[in-house]
Each structure stands twice: as structure tokens, then as C-alpha cells.
Write a protein that binds this ligand. Sequence first.
Ligand code: ADP
Ligand code: MG
Ligand code: ZN
Length: 476
Amino acid sequence: MFETVIGLEVHVQLNTKTKLFCSCPTSFAQQQNSNTCPTCLALPGALPVVNKEAAVKAMRLGYAINANVNHTSYFDRKSYFYPDSPSAYQITQLTKAIVQKGELFIDLKDGTQKRIGMTQAHLEADAGKNMHEGNYSKVDLNRAGTPLLEIVSDPDMRNSDEAVAFLKKLHATVRYLDISDANMQEGSFRCDVNVSIRPKGQKEFGTRVEIKNINSFRFVAAAIAYEVQRQTEAYEDGVYEKEVNQETRLWNVDEGVTKSMRGKEEAADYRYFPDPDLRPLIVTEEMVTEAKIMPELPDAKVKRYVEELGVKVSDAHVITSDKELAYYFEEMLNHGAVAKTAVTWLTSELLGRLNKSGFNIENSPVNAKTLGVLVAKISDGTISGKGAKELLDYMMENENRDVLAIIDELGLVQVSDDGAILVIIDEILANNQDKVEQYKSGKDKLFGFFVGQTMKASKGSANPSKVNELLKQRLS
Ligand code: ADP
Ligand code: MG
Ligand code: ZN
């Protein structure tokens, strides 16, 4: 029997206004090489200056994961030649990163949490982009020098579920912290997965391979499954030493396999050395204060939702898994929705409809205020659950009109008034004397008939529980 060991490295693109070492904007530019200057073009003599906003954002992650935030850290040069990096080195933090030794608690499917150690998070500059067209290759340096935070975990995960749970938690965390858009498709949240196996009980780790650039949670799980099987078979066939090397592999989406890309470089290959153009990064008190301004994070939200609002743990996890969803939920409560009802209407009714019509919570045609008021109107008996569904269907097509006006317009006001309902009931009973006799002589099933007739006569507007209650009274 084998045990899988996984460690993750995630490159998060920080959402700063300007690049890491110059004042070029990081925003999207139509024109290639327009967001550039002598520094990010690596022209001789241009000097880098560290972006304070990037440092503060890195520190904020550090505080969020209970890490040491180093008040002095250093930048190093990692040499490699590639056309998208005109300086022929990348500025990164090798010897002492700004953030070291933290922890992240991941949420497992059985509802428990597991602690994953965080090795470090360091600042580094992104490269540009090579584009290949026909016989030409072009280089666009708009992205060169964009700040990245590379976040490295300890090898603490033991299966792909844990790896995916880690990525989801980290993804949610950086989004709550508002330090990155963390858009996997657009490449602002890229992960490398390190995988090895070892016989159960063995202390030493096996040889790890690094799988680069996987851009969806689903592919992470698939790549791990493939790699574990490949390594296990090699072990069982007695060719582990030969076939499992410390190397970089790529996930091939089309074939569903990992393929060797290059042997893993040793640190020496990169000729790391301290960047002589950059002084140590020294953190000021002002930066500490700013970095510690922190939103309520998912774990704290789950605790509060469960303990103070009576939300089920599993529901609390769903809602807090994404900050937009959590903020939507809280906004519903601000508009009078009761928490438990709000959970159902948000997670099943709204999300179901959004899913079906290709929307998501951020571009939902029904905003949080509208759904909040709708839920409040169910709780106070103004509309029935059935009427509310009709109302929500209508709202999906007619953006955010006034809920109360539409309740009137669609005739959804539920009649709960005893007098009004009794008038209908008495008429039904008078017109069905024979059935009343049969009911009284023991044919209990007819009760449903009376309920149905009453609801029909009220055109569905009578409060069903009132109808039940009043019918029982009249027939007893
Ligand atoms: P490098 O800088 O060469 O990428 P690191 O020592 O920084 O190497 O490790 C990178 C990642 O690999 C970390 O996330 C770490 O947890 C993980 N890792 C290290 N050893 C193993 C192993 N034997 N199996 C799986 N993952 C590992
Ligand atoms: Mg690495
Ligand atoms: Zn620049």
C-alpha cells in the first residue's frame, strides 16, 4: 500500500495598480508593448523600485494565514534566458521571503478541517508573453514586471480531494482579501502540483515530480490521479528509480496524461544571487497597520453563521466558499430576510435558476435586496412559497423591479384572514352536502378534496395552513 504526498505552489497575480518595480500600469492594454518603460524593458541603467502596494498585499495574506511577516526581506535574481524576459533573469525572493511559516485550514468533505502548513509566500515579477504566428514569434512585454505572489505549501496533503480543498480555500481567501482577481482561466491564479508516493509507514518522502500550469480544479484532480497511478505502477514493476525522476511535467488536457517537460533544475542552474539594484525590503509600521486591515474571512464567517444565525454547517460552507455569495447573503439579511429561509432561497432557488440561465451570482438579474425582500414576505405570510417561486421566475426576466408592486400586479398576496377564507369554505361545504356526510361517517380521504376546492376557489391565494386549520374546525 502506498501513500500519496502532495505539495502545492500557487502563483497569484496581485491586483496592484502598477507593476512590481516600475510605475507602468498593470491594466489590460490593447496595444502590445505599450505598458512598458525602461525598467520593465530591462534597458541598461534603469533601476527598479519596489511597489509598496504589492508588499502590503503580500503582508495581508501573511497575516491571514498566521504567518511570520518579515520586517526585512530580500530580492534575488534567478537567471534564465527566454525572449519574454529581456533582463535574462527574474527578480524573486529566494533567501528570505516576505512571508514565512503559516497555516491554512482546509475543509474536508466530512465537515472536518485539516491544517496545512504554509512554507512561504514571496514576491516576484512576472514575465511577458511570447506569441507564435506562422513563421514569426512575437514578444509582448505588457505583462513583464507584473507582481506575483508565489505561495508555497508544505507537503501536507495526502490525496487529490485535499489538494483541491486547499486550492479552493486559498482561492477564496485571496479573493476575500482582495489582493487578486484569482481568475484561473485568465491566469491570475496558476498552480503547480508536486506529487510523490511512498510505501505506507516509510518516513522518507519519495521522488516528487512537479506538474506545471494546471488551470482548473478538475484538471488538478485528474493530473494527480494519473501521476499517482504512473508512479505506483513503476514501483510495483520494479522500475521506480528509472521512471520516476525529479522533473517537471506538463498536464496534457487532450490526452489526459502528464508528459515530461524537462529535468528539474537544481538551484545552482539558476545562478541565484542577491539583486544588487534592490535594497532590502523593509516594512514600516504604517505598512503593518494597513496590511492588518482585514475583512471577515471564511472560517470566521462559518462560525458566526452557525452560532449566531443558526445556519447549518454545510450550508455555511457553501455560502462562504465565495465572497460574492457571502456578501449577497448578508445583504439579504440587511433587507429583512430570516437567515434559514434566506439560505434555501439563495442556494437552491436562486443559484438553480442562475445556473440554468447561464448567469452567476455577480451578474444575477435578481439582486440581494430584491431576494431579501421576497424572503421577508414569505416569512411574514404575505406570499406563499409557491407564490414566491412564481415571483422569482418573473424577477429573473424583469430586473429588480419593486417586489411589493409585483406581488400586487401578479395577484400573489396570500389571504390569511379567517373571515375571508371561511366565506369560501362555507360555500364549498354547502355545495357538497353529500361529501360532508360521507366525510363525517369516516371517509377521511375527502379532507384533501375540501382543501383542494377551497384553494381552487381562492385562485391559490388562500394561506394553505389557514385553510387546513379552518376546515378542521368546520368539519369537526
Ligand atoms: P522547488 O523550489 O524546487 O520547487 P521546494 O522545496 O520549494 O522546491 O518545494 C516545492 C514544493 O514541493 C512545495 O510545495 C513542497 O511542499 C513540495 N514537495 C517537496 N517535497 C515533496 C515530495 N516529496 N512530494 C510531494 N511534494 C513535495
Ligand atoms: Mg518552486
Ligand atoms: Zn515599466
